[in-house]
Design a protein around this ligand. Structure first.
Ligand code: CIR
Length: 253
């Protein structure tokens, strides 16, 4: 993805109370903050202007800023997120995005998380997931009807968000983990498929020709490098424990 700005949000001290499926491993909030600083530093080094929103202790999940808004061209679509405990996180993001973009808002009964929206050129893939519903897809279509985007609904199962298991890297490539959605929708792309035990690595970020992946997924790293990409590994262990990853920590536009 080419971009100029990255919105990020600091990790709150309450982060260990975030929504998560596997609570067996304790979250180290100081380590999470350190990993977040490294993440911001890496985005800066890759040429992005990082805009930081302070943490809000009322929202343990607020560092997963990706879910709060979807930027498409000159529009910012503010989420009505699928998890009730996250409602309100989007307010500060909206205030900030209003300085750069025209604001639209997803309203009930529609719910959507930004992590379910994958943009590839003029195609916008939107998951039907536990967090994102048909009403949201309809509202997205209405907001973007004049912009010649094609909205493609994708049913996902067994995973939180579409971008947890599928992301674009480079021009024609998508990196994906199999078994969570019908990947025939990407038949026009070159697919790099993560080995089953490295599903988490599919949550990658492509910035200015570099591919950021989570540290500790050597097979996926090799597969990406084999196609000629430069890979940067990042330790995001504490965000994995909160069901998040590299894409979730920023909104890039
Ligand atoms: C949640 O369940 O909402 C957070 N704990 C994780 C959100 C991860 N966000 C993302 O994949 N875009």
């Amino acid at each position: 993805m080419e971009g100029r700005y990255a919105i990020v949000r600091d990790v709150p001290d309450t982060y260990p109370k975030c929504i998560r499926t596997n609570k067996s491993e304790e979250i180290d909030v100081e380590l999470a903050k350190k990993q977040h600083r490294m993440y911001c530093e890496t985005l800066t080094n890759l040429g992005l202007k990082v805009i930081k929103i302070p943490a809000d202790e009322r929202y343990p999940d607020c560092c997963f800023v990706e879910d709060t808004a979807i930027v498409v061209g000159n529009k910012a679509i503010i989420s009505n997120m699928g998890a009730p405990s996250r409602a309100g996180e989007e307010k500060k993001v909206k205030e900030l995005l209003a300085k750069y973009k025209k604001i639209f808002e997803i309203t009930p009964p529609a719910t959507i998380d930004g992590g379910d929206v994958l943009k590839i050129d003029k195609n916008i893939y939107i998951a039907l997931s536990e967090r994102t519903n048909e009403f949201a897809i309809q509202q997205m279509k209405n907001f973007l009807s004049k912009d010649s985007y094609k909205i493609i609904p994708v049913k996902i199962k067994g995973i939180l968000h579409l971008k947890s298991v599928c992301n674009r890297i480079g021009n024609d490539y998508v990196l994906l983990a199999k078994g969570y959605f019908d990947d025939e929708i990407f038949s026009g792309y070159k697919k790099i498929v993560t080995p089953k035990e490295e599903t988490y690595a599919a949550n990658c970020l492509s910035i200015n020709k570099k591919v950021l992946i989570a540290e500790g997924y050597p097979h996926t790293k090799k597969l990406i490098e084999r196609e000629g990409f430069d890979v940067i590994e990042m330790n995001v262990s504490e965000f994995k424990k909160g069901d998040g990853g590299l894409t979730c920590l920023s909104i890039i536009f």
